[in-house]
Design a protein around this ligand. Structure first.
Ligand SMILES: [Zn+2]
Length: 472
């Protein structure tokens, strides 16, 4: 058995897996509603003989599929949620399939399906007696609201993993050896007294006033926070009409920082601001914590393994048709963003679909703006992630261009390459126990004295089940 045989197995899976990814792309569903993708993946995996554990933590779309027995247990993380309002055909100009409908602008149809491809290939090796151990694919809902994996983690489903691998669609082939921001998502609600805004304003207590005063307080708070922190908010309920003093109002906050302690400190200060706004306006306030995810912990052992496999098994070139499509798509993108990406990756101006690999060791411990619930798993088991080229340089995820290109052969090529690298790295881990031990020793040192703690209390339930609010 050589890695070449593994690549042959993967090649044979490409048609079926490519169809599965496009099927999910054509049936996009947003966070916690991904019934189509979840069912489609479960069917393929159970037909192949995987044992499915379903509805983890009461979330109907969360599952894992397992094959083999004993250690090492290698996890592959998948996702499948789409984004609201980003419906788009695969045409290289704006062309929504459903006006304001959801679309796969973050490529999670590729992300999850690559994981299915990886574990199906590894299963063949187990069947042939070439490797032993357990492989486990996790179908994780709701990455876009940063909470699916945190609810799964609270159920303990990642606890026995020896190592974990994942990836994300990108515009280059890159070892993601950098951290992401810890993040809290929270809604504050204010409760006042309604009144006729002209006839009896003195009888009213405005919940909207409280929201506005809270936002002023939060904006003054910014000056006294560490560099690199982020606060963003949206008013999600500001009352019904100008002539009614609003008795209910709501504001939704995201807090981000370089680690969990920093974000939780920001949260306690924001709670005080909410209480102050309620006191000033004669209203009361409550909050609902929606997500609380960690910053990412990287693992050099696994990153180096991924990079070695990327270098040994480079991505094939894109065709002239794919390059021509990418060139048209780029015309709708911001030239400054394209240029910034090109410089960062030191690419030739004509290299719009790069196939070379990037691993900058200096990025270790730097923090990329943005957050992911993958980070929670990185504090439970040694974890590594890569990005692969699924669209031209300059493509921004969460924009229609991403939905378009991720639904073409360009996206599929990047997906198959990610599956290949994850399978090759998993093969290394399944055949060389010393590598698993090395990754685990590195993880144990990094987390020493800092065991994983779920950020959401047991009383907080995933959407679709009844939520409980806390009065403050
Ligand atoms: Zn996203």
């Amino acid at each position: 058995m050589s890695k070449k045989d593994l690549l042959t197995i993967l090649k044979e899976l490409e048609n079926v897996i490519g169809s599965l990814a496009l099927d999910i792309w054509q049936n996009p569903q947003i966070a916690y509603e991904e019934t189509y993708a979840s069912a489609a993946q479960k069917k393929v995996l159970s037909d192949a003989g995987f044992l499915i554990t379903d509805s983890i933590g009461g979330m109907q779309t969360a599952f894992y599929a397992e094959y083999g027995k004993g250690h090492p247990i290698i996890g592959i993380l998948g996702e499948f949620d789409a984004l609201p309002g980003l419906s788009q055909s695969s045409k290289p100009y704006k062309d929504p399939v459903v006006e304001n409908g959801p679309g796969h602008a973050c490529g999670h149809h590729l992300l999850g399906t690559a994981g299915v491809e990886t574990v199906l290939a590894l299963k063949e090796l187990i069947d042939q007696g070439k490797v032993s151990g357990t492989i486990r694919y996790y179908g994780c809902p709701a990455e876009e609201v940063l909470s699916g994996k945190t609810f799964m983690a609270r159920e303990g489903v990642f606890d026995d993993l020896d190592c974990c691998l994942t990836w994300h669609p990108s515009t280059s082939n890159v070892v993601q050896n950098y951290s992401t921001q810890a993040m809290i998502s929270i809604k504050y609600r204010f409760h006042g007294v309604p009144a006729h805004a002209a006839g009896a304003p003195h009888a009213g207590r405005s919940a909207l006033d409280a929201v506005e005063i809270m936002n002023i307080g939060a904006n003054y708070l910014r000056e006294h926070l560490a560099d690199g922190t982020r606060i963003h908010y949206a008013i999600t309920n500001g009352g019904q009409a100008p002539n009614i003093v609003p008795d209910e109002a709501e504001v939704w906050y995201y807090l981000r920082g370089s680690d969990r302690d920093q974000v939780e400190d920001m949260l306690s200060r924001l709670h005080d601001i909410a209480k102050g706004a309620a006191l000033i306006t004669g209203t009361s306030t409550s909050h609902e914590l929606l997500a609380n995810c960690y910053h990412m912990l990287t693992n050099d052992t696994l990153d180096i393994l991924n990079y070695r496999n990327m270098e040994d098994y480079p991505m094939e070139s894109f065709t002239s048709d794919e390059t021509a499509y990418a060139a048209i798509l780029r015309k709708s993108m911001d030239p400054k963003l394209i240029e910034a990406s090109r410089r960062q990756l030191q690419l030739d101006p004509n290299d719009i679909l790069p196939t070379k690999n990037f691993y900058d060791v200096k990025l270790k411990d730097s923090t990329m703006p943005g957050s992911t619930d993958v980070a929670d798993v990185s504090w439970i088991a040694p974890l590594a992630s890569i990005g692969t080229t699924c669209g031209p340089i300059g493509t921004q995820v969460h924009a229609w261009q991403a939905t378009a290109v991720f639904g073409t052969s360009i996206g599929l090529k990047g997906m198959h390459y990610a599956a290949r690298i994850m399978a090759l790295t998993a093969y290394d881990l399944l055949t060389e126990p010393a590598l698993v031990e090395q990754a685990k020793a590195e993880f144990a040192e990094a987390t020493s004295g800092r065991p994983y703690q779920a950020g959401l209390e047991e009383s907080i339930l995933a959407p679709g089940t009844e939520r409980k609010e806390q009065l403050i």
